[in-house]
Write a protein that binds this ligand. Structure first.
Ligand code: ING
Length: 309
């Protein structure tokens, strides 16, 4: 028995501050066409796929900030993408900045099924960076300024013959992200990311270290929860600021089965057999047989460290 989903990781190169959503949408449509040509079932786009990574810019005027947000989804810029994907019977996930009708702002990702219906929404829980201008940093990372922490938890959805979940970028660095979905039986997790190639606070940390931590966390999350993980970059140099590429598809054994080779728009493809998750879930990571929750209390009761006497 095999439940194979052919996954297309639609890595996107740089989006400049002046690039319109319409120009970006055309690039996304081109990647969708490439995915169609390779008979993909689901296409995964990056975090904040419609615009440049605007949290690198310090803004004080809310009108300027809100110009980076979407008030409805689909909307004028994305409707062609939804319509063509539905015509192709291909599912999508992609990230965007969400401004809700009651005035809340989230770093959001949606899961769209083969009929073009939004079946799942996730709002980024782990927001990195800071909320005020930090002159010590080589560049700003103001996600805590522009977004609220996600209020939907880490849901999973039954769709496309399996159990799928989403997270976003910094979430991948936190083991809780994968485990909460693992405890719901997740078989494939998609995520987009925009990761600066250098550390704004540690000048000697360059892209190689960034790429090492990126792969490490994804491979660990996949293996420790016996799930597929599909991670797709927005990369390249945006207004002088480099972002890592390294889009990868990781199997339930934690092995990388596909990886991008460029820092541009590029489609990586892999056949992901969701049944490959079963052995791990029934043996080494059979949570109900092996976990000892009576010893894990600190994980949910404590936020920070409490040092010993
Ligand atoms: N970007 C980065 C990420 O988590 C970051 C921010 C990089 C935080 C490296 C810590 C270390 O990949 C986003 N958008 O979360």
């Amino acid at each position: 028995m095999a439940r194979i989903l052919r996954i297309g990781g639609a890595q996107m190169g740089a989006i400049q501050k002046t690039d319109s959503r319409q120009v970006v949408a055309r690039r996304m449509l081109d990647l969708l066409d490439r995915a169609k040509a390779q008979n993909c079932d689901l296409v995964v786009y990056p975090e904040l796929a419609l615009t440049t990574f605007f949290p690198r810019w310090y803004m004080t005027d809310q009108v300027d900030v809100d110009s980076w947000f979407e008030r409805e989804m689909p909307n004028a810029a994305t409707r062609p993408l939804f319509e063509r994907a539905a015509r192709y019977a291909i599912g999508l996930t992609f990230g965007y900045a969400e401004l809700t009708s009651d005035g809340h702002r989230f770093n959001t990702s949606v899961l769209v099924d083969r009929d073009g219906r939004i079946v799942g929404k996730y709002r980024k829980v782990h927001l990195p960076g800071h909320s005020e201008y930090d002159p010590q940093r080589a560049f700003q990372h103001l996600e805590k300024r522009y977004f609220e922490p996600g209020d939907l938890g880490f849901p999973v959805w039954r769709t496309m013959g399996g159990i799928l979940g989403m997270c976003i970028c910094n979430d991948r660095r936190w083991p809780e992200t994968y485990r909460v979905m693992g405890l719901q039986g997740v078989e494939l997790i998609t995520l987009g990311y925009n990761t600066p190639s250098t550390n704004a606070q540690k000048s000697d940390e360059g892209p190689q270290t960034r790429l090492f931590h990126h792969r490490l966390t994804l491979q660990a999350g996949a293996y420790q929860n016996s799930t597929w993980v599909v991670a797709v970059a927005k990369c390249g140099i945006e207004d002088g600021h480099p972002l890592i590429a390294g889009s990868i598809i990781v199997n339930p054994d934690g092995e990388i089965v596909a990886e991008s080779q460029t820092e541009d728009d590029e489609l990586i493809v892999a056949d992901c057999d969701l049944d490959a998750t079963v052995f791990g879930k029934e043996t080494i990571f059979d949570f109900k047989r092996h976990r000892r929750v009576e010893h894990y209390e600190r994980i949910t009761s404590q936020t920070g460290v409490i040092l010993p006497e």
